[in-house]
Design a protein around this ligand. Structure first.
Ligand SMILES: [Zn+2]
Length: 148
């Protein structure tokens, strides 16, 4: 079911996410379509429309995220929670590979979220390569350890 989000709420979500998908970190300026608003905890699982439960997500991430809140760790086979973009510390769960084109999972949640949402899909990896070091800003400064 599609719900109408007030324009002011959408603008707040865009602002606080620095206009990037909260999962793959693609900037909105690099997408040909507007981003979705993800219910982190899906409405079908008791989630609400409160701003605390909403996250900006590109369609490439929002589709596979769907109503999932957990997934199977590809390394251990254990079911673990997916990354929660409003509660979890990104740098605890992820880092970049050596050329900043692919996310690397540092925790079961990080690995599982990368697998479940396919965060290193070919189009996103190509985009990261194309905008590396450009004004669009990849990688985002806050994802780098030296910007503690
Ligand atoms: Zn995304």
């Amino acid at each position: 079911m599609r719900r109408h989000l007030p324009k002011r709420s959408r603008e707040e979500i865009l602002r606080r996410s620095h206009r990037r998908c909260k999962y793959c970190l693609t900037p909105t300026t690099c997408s040909s379509s507007p981003f979705a608003i993800d219910h982190i905890q899906p409405l079908t699982l008791g989630g609400t429309d409160s701003l605390e439960n909403l996250a900006l997500a590109c369609f490439g991430c929002n589709g596979p995220k769907s109503a999932f809140t957990e997934g199977t760790d590809p390394e251990t086979g254990v079911v673990v929670p997916l990354y929660h973009p409003r509660r979890d510390n990104w740098r605890e769960h992820f880092c970049w590979n050596e050329d900043f084109t692919e996310l690397v999972g540092l925790t079961p949640t990080g690995r599982t979220t990368i697998a479940r949402l396919d965060l290193n899909r070919p189009g996103v990896v190509t985009l990261r390569r194309l905008i590396l070091g450009t004004e669009e800003g990849h990688p985002p400064a806050w994802t780098l350890p030296e910007n503690e």
